[in-house]
Structures are given as structure tokens and as C-alpha cells.
Design a protein around this ligand. Sequence first.
Ligand SMILES: Cc1cc2nc3c(=O)[nH]c(=O)nc-3n(C[C@H](O)[C@H](O)[C@H](O)COP(=O)(O)O)c2cc1C
Length: 366
Amino acid sequence: MSLVSVADFEQKANGQLEPNALDYYRSGAGEQVTLNLNRQAYKRLRLRPRCLRDVSKLDASCEILGEHLNWPLGIAPTAMQKLAHPDGEIGSARAAGKAGSIFILSTLSTTSLEDVAAAAPDTCKWFRLYIYRDRCLTEQLVRRAERANFKALVLTVDTPINGDRRADARNHLSLPSHLTLANFKAECTQGFVSKCGGSGLNEYVACNYDPSISWQDVKWLQQLTHLPIVLKGILSSEDALLARDIGCAGLIVSNHGGRQLDTTPASIEVLPEIVAAVGKDMVVMMDGGIMQGIDIFKALALGAQTVFIGRPTLWGLAANGQRGVEQLLTILKRDFEVTMTLTGCPTLADIRPAMVVHESAYWQHN
Ligand SMILES: Cc1cc2nc3c(=O)[nH]c(=O)nc-3n(C[C@H](O)[C@H](O)[C@H](O)COP(=O)(O)O)c2cc1C
């Protein structure tokens, strides 16, 4: 079967991934309300195209935190990519570079940040950080990311502990013995087998991540590094304003792909509130549920400057390693360009809020 959409990649990956990895990748928290909402919410938005606007030449390029990108899509941090394919994080980072996209590396990667940097020197890379109980360890990660030429730190703020990921608890999720969390000494993480009979990953997070972190720690991080700091996991205008006021460079509106607190809104639902609060002052980005170019367009129309994909990268990897991620990004980019063309938007600046309307607006008129 030829793969012509992200959904095709998802279907192929479902048939190929080993069951524990598949569950880890696809699941959300709790009853998975937010996981499902992330995708459904896009379908409740209608497009209002404009016509006769010369779309013979398109330019989807943009600049985010000083980096020139070919189009407004990047790869979100997802842990343990070698569970999908031996190409793992290097495959995804190289594919992002070829597409002119940003690649965000998870701290919990199965390839070290130095190896990713060496293998994908031309890719714009950001490093996703969590503040560990051990602040020396946290500082070392920051220094290593700086040395390896990562261009921003993405601090995940929605994970003081892991969400209620029931599939991982049932499966006693652990890393296969041939893989490690490569940013750390092997003896610290190998296998992270559960000691309490649940998810080994949840126990790792509970032992190592610091649940006491607060805005003071964001300030501590700002003093530690010259890199721009992006907060990932913001879901309210109140927190967006606090982030702006202490001088963060950007935000990723995100519910962690529905994996943290269930029944939070879809990212696309909360995006307008955050753009209205801080969109003029800082870079607002988002992730969650993006499956096609139309979804990217809707997020941009509602004020995101760029969007990120999480699971689709893993499906690309599972389907065909680095080549699979390249193919998936090519499909998404073409799809986005078709949407730009058919809505009458030759540049990103032409994508306007009035081009997206919630379905309820049409029902009110009838
Ligand atoms: C398997 C998996 C692992 C993830 N690991 C991380 C992580 O280590 N750090 C983080 O901030 N977010 C992590 N995320 C969340 C993603 O960065 C992103 O927010 C989410 O996947 C976006 O939704 P989508 O999968 O619908 O595109 C993970 C998501 C998945 C599916």
C-alpha cells in the first residue's frame, strides 16, 4: 500500500510496533478524553477560503527565535525513539534538517545529545529539559546542550509527575536491555524496570524529576544560560502572562499529547486565549493532534507561529526509519501547501483568523 497521509503511516506503524512500544506511543492519560479531543477539535473548525488571490507562487517560510525555517512545522520531543526503529533520534533529526524544520530532542532519548548533534549538525535543534531533583545534573545537561550547539531550551512544565498512563502500568513499561537513556550513565537508567509493579518510566520520573519546581526555578534557569527558554505545556492565559513577565522567549501550548492531565482542552481550543494574552510579546507555538496540512493551517490562523508533531514522527520512524520520517514530512508539507493554495494564501502572513470558524457559528445562522 502506498502511504499518502499521516493516517496511513499510523496504520502501518500499528501493525509493526512491538505491543509495549505501540501502547506507550499511542496512549493518553486516564480515559483518554484529551487525547481524542486533540484530533476531534480540528474537525469542528470550518475553513473560509478566499479566491482570486494569485497563488501561483507560495512561500511557507518563517523565522522562529532567529532561525529561518522552510515551513512552520517542527518535531516535538518524544522519548525513547529507538523503540520505533534503530535510526531513532538521529533519523528524526536528520529528516527534520532535510525538511528545514526544528527538531526538539527529549532528555529521555535513546541517543545522547552529543551524538544527535554530531550526526545532524545542520538541523536546527532545541533541547527539551526537565528540572531534576539533582540540580547539578540539570546544570550539566544545560551545559552539554549549549556545547552541542542546541539553540533553545524547552522546559516541560506540565510534568511534575507522569500522568495516569494506564496502558504503561498494565504493561510494566520498561526499556529493552539493549537500549539506555543515553544522556545519562547506563547504570542509572538501563531498563528502568519497575520496582512497584507498574510503569518503570513513571517510577523513573517520580524518583528523578523535581515536583517542587516553580517560577523561581525558571528564573534560576534563565540565570544559568544564555539560551532562549521556551515553556512547553502552557494551557492558560494566566501562566502565559507569568511566562512573558519573567522574560521567557516562547511558549508551546500543549497538553503533552493528552498524556498528562486528562480532560484538559484540546491544544487548538486553548490557543486563541493564549494568543490574545501574549501573542504580540512572545513566540506562541503549539502541538497536539496534528494529522494533516489543514490542521497546521488552522493553528496558524488562530495565532500559532509554528506547530509541532509528536506521534506522527514515531509512526514515520516505525514505518521506514529516517526515510519514513522524511516521507511523512514531505506529505505534510505538500498537504499544507495545497491548503495555502486553496484558501488563497500565498504567504503565511495571508493566513488570517477570519479564515477559521467554529462549526457552531454556522448552526446559529440556520
Ligand atoms: C511517546 C511519546 C513520548 C513523549 N515524550 C515527551 C518528552 O520526553 N518530553 C515532553 O515534553 N513531551 C513528550 N511527549 C509529548 C510531545 O512532545 C507532544 O507534546 C505531543 O506528542 C503532541 O501531540 P501529538 O502526539 O498528537 O502530535 C511525548 C509524546 C509521546 C507520544
